[in-house]
Every structure is written in structure tokens, then in C-alpha cells.
Design a protein around this ligand. Structure first.
Ligand code: ADQ
Length: 738
């Protein structure tokens, strides 16, 4: 079987286009990701989708697309107005600083986020246009965080992977993001999400728990109906490419000229993009401190800092450039002499081949970002030094610190600590074992191996886990056909989380006027039931005045439309409560914010208002206690949406639906919507004869038991309104025909 095609999406295409006198010319650029994927592209059909980086006029787009097509690249054209908001705005002035734990540098503007949303939508459209069934999509980085979910909403069924190249911040920082829910939901459209380190994986899990209430395991997030796999996959480089460059003319010339320029002096190197996350000012201060403390080194060492200009259109970057210029001037002014300066500062992008020569010349590399997803310079230094060895002084806040145990780890915030590390590195011979350790990592964890590992993880994310339900569209022909054909429809609806969104205190979930209106209007054309875990009393108070049927406590009692409540099953809640209440009370005392609800034949422990992390520990313990306590007794434990409920095992929504269908045996169409584990039982109970005459709809995501899904209770209400609209139309048409 041929391998599935791979569609890669990244904000920028690895090809630059320039306007020439006789048309457009595309020039492929190099970079870590290009190298990593080149090896994959040799083995499978491969398309790269991205923004060409500049605004292209409408009339030129066909020519640009044709030129890019020669390089296997597909452009997403971003209008000038959106480009600023998307790229310089929300991506680089909100997500970039916040994810690097620098909230003071965040400038959020709603218009920028709207542009980001539109551009992510344009990416999802372009991806969809170029995929065939079975293709695998790999989305890269924070600029495209909404794309996975947007693909799902457009009905994409294939595998979607996402790799985050920057850190994922702690949940305390993450929660400061205004669209925090949307960004998480966007990412969770993926089957597999890769990060550089386990630290970021655990931050992501904490954010999912605290922002969305989603529980997780070490390597997956539990969604209501599926799992999203997570993994720590630190990116690598291509060490062979570095070795080849070292043998080339450029590197040799660079090495020679450095030896000539600084005879007898030790070289310390720093290579970064000029970005405030890279900690360049602090690094310069540390070097100054080192010179202050150790006068004898002042004419025996030179620090060469290369800083490639970056994002020059953003204010913070212009300010950074100014402060680095000033610092270099001040330190050189203080410690330089007429014949030599301690700092050589190059504010340019230097060709990589020359950087290799520079790394070869440097006994010490100073890589001290304040925060960095991984940091490839650290790996490049190790590869370039090869068997010469050397000392890598590395920030503990770089992802690379998790993989390079042979580095001298420092806090970039502590000028004294970095100065001390520098002194040790220059005055003591490097420890050969430590360097060899790092070499092994760089040699084994190549960028090609990384890409392959990512794809293995993604393709191993069992696709059968992913339910094939489709987004419910009331205008889809088969949906319209089923709805219009229904003469005696039966509508079965769960309440909490389905008709009404969840609230912290269950008592506050009173129905909105819209819910009441929708139920009332539906009841004019269909037999409607609300089937809930709520008590008879609550349902009666909230919905009792409507001409609909009610099922309370998962089927314990039931009211036909226009009738009175009757108990379906004879069970005593008293015995159950006597047994379980002491345990629940104990957990209420131990878990602030949790509470117990007593129902006629069930007892429930609610923990929606409790600290989610603490509560999830408590849940695990409570489940073990209950398992022991309820052994060989006729009760079941339901682990619901932030509630643990114990009830009699003969009382289920599934059994309630079965008896409703027996009662309404002339029903010719069933619409059933839910969002919780108990609702799966309800959907499973719909018999096969309704296969082409029923709509089961999950609220919030896909579910294996439902044929359709909608994203929220509001969208469900829209669909229900449309449904009675269709019945009204059909009725009017019949009226006319008669
Ligand atoms: P970057 O922030 O760009 O990448 P980094 O990982 O250091 O950071 O990669 C920079 C690349 O640019 C390296 O290959 C380096 O050699 C090159 N470079 C840096 N300065 C240069 C200069 N002055 N001249 C020429 N080349 C220069 C993001 C994340 C990182 C993550 C990578 C890959 O921020 O944390 O490691 O993606 O996932």
C-alpha cells in the first residue's frame, strides 16, 4: 500500500518568492525543519503549505502559485491588513512573549486576534483543498494553533499532528491569554501534539485541566469521547551537514582568520537571533562581571556575539537593539584598549558555513536564553566542535537543557552564576566525558530521526479511536430528508451540558428563556422528552409547565407529556445513602468546594467548584474506596462530568429510552442529543430499525456513539430551531397541497 501523503503546514513557506523583470522566481531556503523533512520527502509524496511572507496582489497569485508548485509548495495568500494582525500582532506580540513566560511584553488587541483567526481559517481551507482521504497533516507552531480544530470543523477525517516549537508556559501564565479556551481547543483538534520536553507536556496538561476541565494521563488528554496523544520529542539538527561544512572553504577561512586575529586569546561565542527571549543583555552583563572580577583575563579572552536582526518591525525588538548596542559600547569602553576589544558584536545574519568555523574556534559557547523552546545553537556548537570538545554554558530554561546533561547549566537571570561558570570554563580543561555525552545525543537525535519519530507517533495514534461522526448540518441533504419525512418524531434531550452549559453550582443551571421557547415550539410538532440525571423535583420546577415528557434521575421516574411522574423502578435510596453518605461526607471535608447531592435513588458527589488538580487526586482515591464498598451490591458508580454518582444498576438512561420507544411505538424518527457518559447509554439504546431515521448528536465534540456532533449547546439550540422550522415548512407545504 502506498504511504499516505504528507501535508505540512507552517506559517512561512521554506521558499521565498521575488519579483523579477520577467516574472516571479522562487528560491528555496534552508533551515532545521527543511532538512528534517527532506529525508521524509524522499520516501513519500509531500506538499508544504504556507504563507510566502509578503502580500501578493490578486493579479499575480496564479503566477506565484505556479512558480511555487515547482518546489512542491502551496501558498496561502494573506491580505496585507491581516498579515500584520496575524503575524506581528497576535503571533509575535501575544503568543510569543506569553509562551516564553514574559507577560509584561504582551500586547493583546482583539483586532489582531480576529486577523489570526481569519488567517488560521484560510490555512484550514487551503489544507482541505489540497488533501485527499487518507492524507496526514502536520501543522507547525504557535502561529497556526487553531488550524487542527478548524480542520475538524470542516469535516477533515484524517490524522492531524501538531508540533509546538516554542515552550508551553505554566498554567498560571497561560491563563492570562484572553482567548485561552479557543487556543487550547484549536490544538486539541489534533490526534497527536508534540513538544520539546516533558516540562511543556505537563504544563499543557495543567492548562487543559484548569481551563477546560479536561483530565489527562502522562501522555494523553482525555476528551469526552477520544484521547489526544501528547509526546516529548526534542528536535535535533543534521550533524553530518555541520561536518560537511567544517570541511568546506568558508568554515576553514573563518577559522584561520579568527586564529590570526586573536592569537593566544580564548574565544567565547554567542549566536542568537536578536530576540528578547535569548537573554543577550544579561549575557553581556555576565561577561562584564567576569571581566570585573578577573582582571588577568581581560586581554586573554574575546567574546564574539553574533545577533541576527529579527522582527525589526516590532517595537520591543527595536528597543532591544538599542540596549544591546549601548551595553556593548559601555563594556568595550570600560575594558577595551586601543589595540583590542573584549566584545566583538556582529548585528548580522552570518552564513551558517561561517558560523561553523566560529564554533570550531571557540573553547566556550554561551547559550543563555531566558526561555527557549529547544535552542539549536547549543546542538550546532556540540556538532561543530566534534572531538575537540569544549564547554557549553547553557541556560536551564532552554529545552536543550533537558537533553544535554554534559552542559554546564546556569540560570540566565543570575549574572554572578554565569560569570562563575565562564571563569571555570576558561580556567579548567573541559571534562571529556561530559562532552561525549552531548555528542551522542546530537548524533543520535538527528532532525531526520526526529521527523520520523513524530510521524510514527502520529500514525500510531489509533485512527479507530477517532469516531467518524460528522458535524451536524441541518442543510445537508440527508439530514433534511430524514427530518422532513418524519411524521411522528420523538425528540430525546439530555439537559445539563446539552441544552444548558455547565455552571459551577448545579443549582444555578435554570433554563434560559430560549431553551424554554425551543422546547415549547418543538413540542408542537414532536413528542419531546428531557432525560436527565436531575431529581424529579428540580425538573418539575424548571420544565414542569411545558407540554413535554420528563425523565428524572437517569430513568428512576418518568412523566409522559401531560401526565404525572411515576416511578419506573422500585428501588430504595435510603440503603444506598446510608452506605455511601459517610464516605462522601469524608471527601467533602477533604475537598473544599465539593458537595453532596441526595436524589431519590442515588447519591452524587459534585466537585466542579473544587481545585481541579487536587480534586482529580481525590477522585482516584474515592473510586477505589467505592469499588471496595460496593462489591457484590446492586449499585453502579458513574464517573460523570465533574461528578461521581452512585445509583441502582437497574436505573439507566438506556433502559429509560427502551421503555419510551416501547410506549411510543409508532414513532418514525428519533432525534437524540447528549454530552455525558450516561447519554452514550441512551444513544446505544436506539434500535437498528431507526438507522436511517434517527439523528444522534453529541454536544462539544465527536463521540463514537453519535452519528453527528455540534460544538456547543448554543449550536444545538440553533439546530433544534431549524428542525421545527423544517417541520413548519413541510406542514405548510402539505396544507397547500391538500
Ligand atoms: P529560533 O528561536 O529561531 O527557533 P534556535 O533554535 O536557536 O531559535 O534556531 C536558530 C537557528 O538560526 C540556528 O540554526 C542558528 O544557527 C541560526 N542562527 C541564529 N543566529 C544566527 C545568526 N546571527 N546568523 C545566522 N544564523 C543564525 C524556534 C524556537 C527554538 C527551537 C527551534 C526549532 O524558538 O527554541 O529550537 O524553533 O524547534
Amino acid at each position: 500500500m502506498p504511504k499516505a501523503r504528507l501535508i505540512v503546514a507552517s506559517a512561512r513557506l521554506p521558499v521565498t518568492v521575488t519579483r523579477k523583470a520577467d516574472g516571479w522566481e522562487a528560491e528555496p531556503s534552508t533551515g532545521g525543519l527543511v532538512t528534517a523533512l527532506a529525508a521524509v520527502a524522499e520516501r513519500r509524496d509531500f506538499t508544504w503549505i504556507g504563507w510566502p511572507g509578503t502580500a501578493i496582489a490578486e493579479a499575480e497569485r496564479d503566477a506565484v502559485s505556479a512558480e511555487l508548485d515547482k518546489h512542491g509548495a502551496v501558498p496561502v495568500f494573506v491580505p496585507k491588513n491581516d498579515a500584520d494582525g496575524f503575524y506581528l500582532g497576535f503571533s509575535n506580540r501575544v503568543l510569543w512573549p506569553l509562551f516564553h513566560n514574559l507577560p509584561d511584553k504582551v500586547h493583546f488587541e482583539p483586532a489582531g486576534y480576529r486577523a489570526y483567526h481569519r488567517v488560521n481559517e484560510a490555512f484550514a481551507d487551503a489544507i482541505l483543498e489540497h488533501t485527499r482521504p487518507g492524507d496526514v497533516v502536520w501543522v507547525h507552531d504557535y502561529q497556526l494553533a487553531l488550524v487542527p480544530e478548524l480542520l475538524r470543523r470542516r469535516g477533515f477525517q484524517g490524522l492531524v499532528g501538531f508540533f509546538l516549537h516554542i515552550p508551553f508556559p505554566s498554567d498560571e501564565t497561560y491563563r492570562q491569554l484572553p482567548p485561552r479556551e479557543e487556543i487550547l481547543r484549536g490544538l486539541l483538534g489534533s490526534d497527536f501534539i508534540g513538544f520539546h520536553s516533558y516540562e511543556y507536556v505537563s504544563h499543557f496538561r495543567a492548562a487543559c485541566l484548569r481551563v477546560l476541565g479536561l483530565e489527562s494521563d502522562v501522555e494523553s488528554i482525555r476528551m469526552p469521547s477520544r484521547r489526544v496523544r501528547l509526546g516529548a520529542l526534542p528536535i535535533g539538527i543534521d550533524p553530518q551537514e555541520i561536518r560537511d561544512m567544517a570541511r568546506g572553504e568558508d568554515a576553514k577561512r573563518e577559522l584561520e582568520s579568527l586564529r590570526e586575529a586573536y592569537p593566544g586569546r580564548k574565544i567565547v561565542v554567542g549566536v542568537d537571533r536578536l530576540d528578547y527571549t535569548k537573554g543577550i543583555p544579561k549575557k553581556l552583563l555576565a561577561f562584564e562581571e567576569f571581566l570585573r572580577q578577573h582582571p588577568k583575563w581581560r586581554d586573554q579572552v574575546v567574546f564574539i556575539q553574533i545577533a541576527a536582526p529579527s522582527r525589526t518591525g516590532v517595537d520591543e525588538y527595536r528597543d532591544l537593539k538599542r540596549s544591546v548596542d549601548e551595553l556593548v559600547g559601555r563594556i568595550n569602553g570600560r575594558y577595551g584598549t586601543s589595540s583590542s576589544m573584549p566584545i566583538v558584536y556582529v548585528n548580522q545574519a552570518v552564513p551558517r558555513s561561517r558560523l561553523v568555523g566560529l564554533f570550531e574556534a571557540a573553547e566556550v559557547a554561551l547559550v543563555t536564553p531566558l526561555r527557549d523552546g529547544m535552542n539549536l545553537v547549543a546542538l550546532e556548537y556540540v556538532a561543530a566542535r566534534g572531538d575537540r570538545g569544549g564547554t557549553l554554558i547553557l541556560s536551564e530554561f532552554a529545552g536543550a537543557a533537558h537533553c544535554l546533561p554534559g552542559a554546564r547549566l546556569v540560570s540566565p537571570h543570575s549574572v554572578g552564576e554565569v560569570a562563575d561558570a565562564l571563569f571555570d570554563a576558561l580556567s579548567q580543561p573541559p571534562e571529556p566525558g561530559a562532552f561525549a555525552h552531548m555528542q551522542r545525543f546530537v548524533e543520535e537525535n538527528t532532525s531526520m530521526a526526529w521527523a520520523q519519530r513524530f510521524l510514527n507517533e502520529l500514525e500510531g495514534a489509533a485512527s479507530d479511536q477517532r469516531p467518524s461522526s460528522e458535524l451536524l448540518r441541518m442543510d445537508a441533504p440527508d439530514v433534511q430528508r430524514m427530518v422532513r419525512a418524519a411524521k411522528r418524531p420523538l425528540v430525546l434531550l439530555d439537559y445539563d451540558g446539552t441544552l444548558r452549559s455547565y455552571v459551577v453550582n448545579p443549582r444555578d443551571a435554570v433554563p434560559s428563556p430560549r431553551i424554554l421557547r425551543v422546547l415549547g415550539r418543538l413540542a408542537e410538532r414532536a413528542t419531546v422528552y428531557v432525560i436527565s440525571g436531575r431529581s424529579q423535583k428540580v425538573l418539575d420546577r424548571w420544565l414542569g409547565h411545558l407540554p413535554i415528557g420528563l425523565v428524572a434521575e437517569h430513568g428512576l421516574s418518568m412523566r409522559l407529556p401531560g401526565g404525572d411522574f411515576e416511578n419506573r423502578v422500585r428501588v430504595s435510596g435510603k440503603t444506598l445513602q446510608e452506605l455511601v453518605d459517610p464516605v462522601f461526607q469524608n471527601f467533602v471535608r477533604r475537598t473544599p468546594g465539593s458537595s453532596v447531592e441526595y436524589k431519590e435513588a442515588a447519591i452524587a458527589w459534585h466537585y466542579r467548584a473544587a481545585d481541579p488538580e487536587f480534586a482529580s487526586f481525590q477522585v482516584r482515591e474515592l473510586l477505589t474506596v467505592l469499588e471496595d464498598l460496593l462489591k457484590r451490591r446492586p449499585y453502579t458508580v458513574l464517573n460523570g462530568n465533574r461528578v461521581i454518582e452512585v445509583r441502582h444498576r437497574n436505573v439507566t438512561k438506556g433502559q429509560a429510552v427502551t421503555s419510551l420507544l416501547e410506549h411510543h411505538n409508532r414513532a418514525d424518527f428519533v432525534f437524540c442529543a447528549g454530552d455525558d457518559r450516561t447519554d452514550e447509554e441512551m444513544m446505544e439504546a436506539i434500535p437498528g430499525r431507526f438507522k436511517n431515521r434517527s439523528i444522534s448528536c453529541w454536544v462539544g465534540s465527536r463521540n463514537i456513539h453519535a452519528r453527528y456532533w455540534v460544538d456547543s449547546n448554543l449550536t444545538l439550540l440553533d439546530a433544534l430551531e431549524r428542525m421545527y422550522g423544517l417541520w413548519d415548512e413541510t406542514k405548510r407545504a402539505h396544507g397547500r397541497a391538500e
